[in-house]
Design a protein. Sequence first.
Length: 90
Amino acid sequence: MKAVRYTLISGMLLLGMVFMKPTVVVSQCAMCSLNAENSTQHGNTQGKGLNNGILFLLGAPFLIGAGIGILWYKKYRTKSPKQTLLSHHS
């Protein structure tokens, strides 16, 4: 019963996170932002590539953190004791 509850709750949380994602994320240092803005005003499309590259590189630390979290969870979660035939008869 706990496994069903856990699966249901984790599925709902995952769906919630998918639908609550931000639509536009822009993060740059001031110098990169200025160069990208100036280049897009003159017809270049390199600013979009710069934004995408920064966001791609930003994803690696989050993936590493998620991997560590999953490994930690799997290692330290408590396992339910298995019932044996002898425990039913006593």
